[in-house]
Design a protein around this ligand. Structure first.
Ligand code: NAD
Length: 365
């Protein structure tokens, strides 16, 4: 019965267990909140060690999506899904079509998208069974790879952080250290180079290192040393939890602003530690919302890159508001960001009416 206590505490509206033994599907869809709109969030495929691990992940991630959408001012709630399986071995057309039928059964309460272990091809397979899917290819009216827009959003967030911390939004004279030169990290480095910044970077994948060095002139720093380099801005763009009790004492940056999800190993402890050290932290779910804003723009039925980029620019102002609350109330920025999201959800809740059809015309939800 522990799961019900957890659901009550975290505030989930609905959790669907999806099973189809004929195609080997074991999946969980978690809809955390539909107060601001349908719960949109990626589908992760991962060889979880246990059902409990998968459940913990999907509950935590779907709640995170509620906060991300709310703080970005989108008419979306929070949802997430996981397929228990190895993406290298267990993928099949039937598996994703079976999953798509479960998505369809929710009638738009949950909208799926790419995540770790799934890609655009998988989304297209789901599209054969359900229209509640984003991140499909531009040839199907979709927005394709979200990484460039996520990177563009991180760039806006960095400018806000630079304005707040250094008094000037320009990144021309700034040094930025990027941990992880993958899809987002590479595009971010490219944007920063155009802004005239000095870009340092690291990756554990030698091919990605070479690409960034050769094509963009990124100065490569070996391994985890990237966390310790003397720089203005550190941009975690690899995996989560790189900001932790071991790395914080070694940081020599004045700002942490990157794309990775769950950058703080322990939100409370590490958020306070950064605050006390005078390092400005741009909360991850606010600064990395560009990808979500991008897929949100698919929902109207006519994706427009220009409109997606224009909406993504709002990340600058969203972060400024977070920094102001943090200063006024003397709280770490992660707390201020939670406050922004929670306030919006509470206010929308007061309306008591859901009119998704008007929010997402074309999908008639
Ligand atoms: P990616 O897998 O393309 O890139 C991540 C890179 O980090 C890889 O090149 C990997 O080799 C590298 N890496 C892993 N561990 C490392 C380490 N210890 N040191 C240095 N490099 C390391 O992923 P991505 O799409 O670029 O996403 C990066 C992060 O941003 C992830 O945390 C992701 O959840 C988050 N994010 C991505 C998007 C998006 O649009 N892709 C949107 C929001 C958030």
């Amino acid at each position: 019965m522990e799961i019900f206590t957890e659901l009550t505490e975290m505030g989930h509206e609905r959790v669907l267990l999806c099973s189809n033994k004929d195609v080997g599907l074991k999946a969980i869809i978690a809809v955390h909140s539909t107060v601001c709109g349908p719960g949109l969030g990626g589908l992760r495929m991962y060889p979880f060690k246990s059902f409990d691990d998968a459940m913990r992940d999907v509950l935590r991630l779907s709640r995170g999506m509620t906060y991300k959408a709310a703080a970005a001012g989108l008419n979306l709630g929070g949802g997430k899904a996981v397929i228990l399986g190895d993406p290298k071995k267990d993928k099949s057309e039937a598996l994703f079509r079976a999953f798509g039928r479960f998505v369809e059964s929710l009638g738009g309460l949950y909208i799926t998208a790419e995540d770790v272990g799934t890609d655009m091809d998988d989304m297209e397979t789901i599209l054969t069974e359900s229209r509640w899917v984003t991140g499909v290819s531009p040839s199907h009216g979709g927005s394709g790879d979200p990484s460039p827009v996520t990177a563009f959003g991180v760039l806006q967030g960095m400018k806000a952080a630079a304005k707040w911390q250094f008094g000037d939004a320009s990144l021309a004279e700034r040094s930025v250290a990027i941990q992880g030169l993958g899809s987002v990290g590479y595009h971010l480095a490219s944007y920063l180079k155009k802004e005239g910044a000095t870009v340092l970077g690291s990756d554990i994948d030698e091919e990605r290192v070479e690409k960034a060095r050769y094509e963009l002139g990124v100065k490569i720093v070996p391994g985890d040393e990237i966390l310790e380099v003397d720089c203005d801005i550190l941009a975690p763009c690899a995996l989560g939890a790189s900001i932790n009790q071991a790395s914080i004492p070694k940081l020599r940056c004045r700002v942490v602003a990157g794309a990775a999800n769950n950058q703080l190993d322990n939100e409370d402890q590490d958020g306070h530690a950064l605050h006390e050290k005078g390092i400005l932290y741009a909360p991850d779910f606010v600064i990395n919302a560009g990808g979500l804003i991008n897929v949100y723009n698919e929902l109207g039925g006519s994706y427009n890159r220009e409109r997606a980029l224009r909406m993504t620019r709002s990340i600058y102002l969203n972060l400024m508001r977070v920094f102001e609350i943090s200063k006024d109330e003397g709280v770490p920025t992660y707390e201020a960001a939670d406050q922004v999201a929670e306030e919006r959800i509470e206010n929308i809740k007061k309306l008591g009416v859901r009119n998704w059809g008007r929010m997402i015309d074309g999908r008639n939800c």
